[in-house]
Design a protein around this ligand. Structure first.
Ligand SMILES: Cc1cc2nc3c(=O)[nH]c(=O)nc-3n(C[C@H](O)[C@H](O)[C@H](O)COP(=O)(O)OP(=O)(O)OC[C@H]3O[C@@H](n4cnc5c(N)ncnc54)[C@H](O)[C@@H]3O)c2cc1C
Length: 499
């Protein structure tokens, strides 16, 4: 058998699957750490990273999860784009692992493969009535307002009373977008025309947010709470009793800085809500409020009630939560009339073909980012790694994908430095003495030839730059920073994909 190895250019070959923040940060950190440590580790300092992304555009949930009215977070996409603008990182967007390429294709061509496939689906809501018309998973709604390439383009917003279930930031995002004024969003964000037109028809007037546990156990960030406070035309309503915390709960909450800050902000919201009521049902600026945002802590949704297959109400059970976070149901029930229910109870990382899945923790089976043969008692699969939400499960902000990346890259470099080609069946005797050079087909064009032979239309970084420029121009024409293109075909056309 012949190898395409070029002895003059013994760079490491790394495949990264998923161009969300985890994949992009890991690519960058890998190159930097290799430059810093590679010589001492005997690995050399050169590497080529091929980054495969199933969508025609990079950035994962930064583009298709973060709410449009978080422009400062959306700017992270610009920072990620700068990282991609590196001759050692090659973007292959519109290439889906498991469909367009497989593990069998990658193992001979790459020394290590890193899965950064993130999450896109909702965890299911397992209560009676969850399949009624008018019950939506947050992920689908987020896909709609963020213009995910394969999302529904129409969204029915005809409910005047709406429930949102969830005690975290995604629930907050969904509630805020349901209460935001369409014109505000059009002016200040990158939403597309179909989303603006859909929001113009939004009839939501009362929104109930149901959080199973108490004020001290929610998982909101202070920034999200401050945004909630400043919704024009919206009166915030809380239940005073929810703020009656015992000393032990206050003590426990005070020990964690983020929880303490969140609880303090929630108490500020309670005061604000009192002022809004005293002012004659007004919003934060004292203007008449035509919408109500009712926050129910200690309220566990137990059933969604329907009529003729359509949601008409939600039934919740009151709970109490002790200082250690243990929740107890009280047997007291309340019903609220609603015509739509959105559940934001967590995302579920995608399964990846050929890689074991840990269903109980909802992540790719791994130990410190090293992929395992199975979730229970599995052993490490050499050369395969996971990072970001695929590794850790769907919790944590964009920043934490950077710390994940550092840890995984350390593990990868350590393993590569320890490995010699002879350890693996795929290795050929002709490979040089440098450790880590485990792939046998080292022709950088090989993957492109393979994709071309399968008729896969690739969007590269230049293609993304064309999409980026196009969206900025679309926005400028309307005095906005950007307007998103949502159609997959249009994205491909703008990228001028050849083939
Ligand atoms: C609704 C929502 C709002 C959020 N808002 C914020 C916020 O305001 N601030 C904040 O800091 N964090 C926010 N987060 C969290 C943040 O988005 C995550 O921490 C981060 O995106 C996780 O990064 P990741 O790269 O692991 O996953 P992802 O961002 O999901 O990226 C994974 C990438 O892999 C690709 N992929 C998946 N499968 C394949 C395959 N088979 N082949 C090729 N490519 C594949 C996907 O298309 C995607 O591009 C939010 C999350 C959600 C869900």
């Amino acid at each position: 058998m012949e190898t395409n190895y070029n002895a003059d250019s013994p760079e490491l070959r790394i495949a990264v699957i998923g161009a969300g923040p985890a994949g992009i940060y890991s690519s960058d950190i890998f190159l930097r750490q290799l430059k810093k440590l590679g010589d001492d580790m005997g690995l050399g300092t050169a590497a080529r990273i091929d980054l495969f992304e199933k969508l025609p555009v990079p950035f994962g949930l930064v583009r298709y999860g973060v709410a449009p009215d978080h422009p400062s977070i959306k700017f992270i996409a610009d920072a990620l784009a700068k990282t991609l603008d590196n001759p050692d990182i090659h973007l292959y967007a519109n290439v889906e692992f498991g469909k367009d390429i497989t593990l069998e294709d990658l193992l001979p061509r790459y020394d290590a493969i890193l899965f950064a496939t993130g999450a896109i689906e909702d965890k299911p809501l397992n209560i009676p009535g969850a399949s009624l018309r008018g019950v939506y998973g947050a992920a689908k709604f987020v896909e709609w307002y963020d213009g995910y390439p394969t999302a529904e383009r129409e969204w029915l917003l005809d409910a005047s009373e709406v429930a949102v279930i969830g005690g975290g930031n995604v629930a907050m995002d969904v509630a805020r977008e349901l209460l935001r004024d369409a014109d505000y969003l059009r002016e200040h964000t990158d939403i597309s025309d179909n989303v603006y037109n859909g929001l113009l028809k939004n009839r939501a007037q009362t929104l109930h947010l149901f959080i199973r546990r108490g004020v001290a156990q929610a998982k909101f960030s202070v920034q999200e709470l401050r945004e909630m406070e400043k919704l024009s035309g919206v009166q915030i309503v809380v239940n005073e009793n929810d703020f009656d915390l015992d000393d032990e709960t206050i003590d426990v909450a005070g020990k964690d800085k983020l929880t303490r800050q969140m609880v303090e902000e929630l108490f500020a919201i309670r005061d604000l809500s009192e002022d809004m009521q005293d002012g004659g049902n007004v919003d934060f600026e004292g203007n008449p409020a035509n919408k109500r945002y009712v926050i129910h802590f200690n309220a566990n949704p137990v059933e969604i009630l329907g009529k003729d297959g359509q949601v008409v109400a939600i039934r919740v059970e009151r709970t109490v939560t002790s200082a250690d976070g243990k929740m107890t149901c009280t047997g007291e029930f309340e019903e609220y009339p609603v015509q739509a229910v959105y559940h934001a109870i967590g995302y579920k990382p995608a399964q990846v073909s050929g890689v074991a899945y840990d269903s109980s923790n909802a992540l790719l089976a791994n130990s410190d980012g090293r992929i395992l043969t199975s979730a229970q008692n599995g052993v490490v699969c050499p050369r395969l790694y996971a990072t970001g939400w695929a590794k850790r499960g769907p919790v944590g902000l964009i920043g934490s994908t950077k710390s994940d990346a550092l840890q995984i890259v350390e593990n990868m470099l350590e393993d590569l430095a320890k490995s010699s080609a002879k350890e693996y069946e795929t290795a050929l005797p002709a490979l040089p003495a440098l450790p880590g050079r485990l792939a046998t087909d080292r022709d950088p064009k090989s993957i492109e030839n393979l994709l071309a032979s399968r008729g896969v239309k690739v969007v590269d970084f230049e293609g993304w730059k064309r999409i980026d420029a196009f969206e900025i121009e679309l926005g400028l024409a309307e005095n906005r920073a950007r307007k998103k293109v949502v159609s997959k075909q249009m994205l491909m056309d703008i990228a001028e994909v050849k083939q």
